[in-house]
Design a protein around this ligand. Structure first.
Ligand code: HEC
Length: 104
């Protein structure tokens, strides 16, 4: 009985976006996405950060999870502000959201 209640709670906690979402991981999506779209300014080794904050570093998977709430805020949703010059497809932004919301 108690297990059934727990299952219902867990089911509710998972966002709708996760239903039928393609399996999305750091290895099959996140690493490439961050490298391509974010690391030019946010890697610790970046040669020109364009004033990206020194404490917002994306070097590897741990950084993604550490900053997941902020990344969701600035890089997904209706009005993303990162990267500052845009250029990320809608499909990739959705995939990023799936990774951050459903894969942990
Ligand atoms: C061209 C350089 C550049 C790129 C590329 C870039 N950023 Fe940024 N980022 C900045 C700058 C500059 C700031 C600080 C100014 C600001 O917050 O608008 C910033 C701030 C942030 C912050 C902190 C925001 C806050 O409110 O504290 C996050 C999180 C972030 N970026 C995530 C990302 C993600 C995720 C990507 C890739 C999808 C990305 N950035 C790509 C330059 C960049």
């Amino acid at each position: 009985m108690r297990a059934a209640i727990l299952l219902v709670l867990v089911g509710c906690a998972e966002p709708v976006i996760c239903d039928d979402a393609p399996p999305t991981t750091w290895d099959n999506f996140g690493a490439g996405f961050i490298t391509e779209n974010c690391q030019s300014c946010h890697a610790s080794t970046s040669s020109n950060r364009y004033d990206a904050p020194v404490d917002v570093l994306f070097d590897g998977e741990d950084d993604l999870w550490e900053h997941s709430a902020d990344i969701l805020n600035v890089a997904t949703g209706d009005r993303p502000i990162m990267p500052p010059r845009g250029g990320v497809s809608e499909a990739d932004r959705e995939r990023l959201e799936i990774l951050l919301q459903c894969s942990q």
